[in-house]
Design a protein around this ligand. Structure first.
Ligand code: ATP
Ligand code: MG
Length: 124
């Protein structure tokens, strides 16, 4: 299993969500986060020296998928949906995931992240 974590612009939220839905990713966590990249938000100069980093609001997607091929698909979809070409478009990190558990059933591993039988498809 692999986790794809993508930090994108707030305005990319809907496009990224749709892109993941379109490739049939089911199961997403989205958070509002603050952060900065290599430009450190903005560069402030105080008496001639760089003062501090500015954290800018961003949106973070977390998706756990079963295989590296699925992670590749997610990464490609997110890049296409979130790229404006300007600095600050965001960043994607991908990790191997050791364990997953579906709380309702106790299923573990890949079984825990696959859709269940039809009667369990109504997410709450
Ligand atoms: N190395 C990092 N570790 C953790 N989070 C990061 C890192 N780099 C970027 N981020 C997160 O991603 C957001 C967007 O980063 P950003 O797109 O500005 O990266 P960048 O490397 O500066 O690329 P660019 O030059 O295109 O701006 C940041 O606000 C921060 O939340
Ligand atoms: Mg940047």
């Amino acid at each position: 299993m692999f986790k794809v974590e993508a930090i994108v612009r707030e305005e990319a939220l809907e496009d990224v969500k749709q892109a993941l839905f379109d490739i049939e990713v089911r199961g997403i966590t989205v958070s509002q986060v603050m952060g900065c990249g290599t430009q450190m938000g903005y560069t402030h100069y105080v008496r001639g020296s760089v003062s501090t980093m500015t954290m800018l609001p961003k949106v973070k997607f977390e998706v756990v998928v079963s295989t590296e091929a699925w992670a590749d698909k997610c990464i490609a979809a997110i890049c296409t949906a979130a790229r404006s070409g300007r600095v600050g478009d965001g960043k994607i990190f991908c990790y191997e995931v050791g364990r997953a558990v579906r709380i309702r059933t106790g299923e573990e591993g890949v079984d825990a992240i696959q859709p269940g039988p039809p009667e369990t498809d109504e997410d709450e």
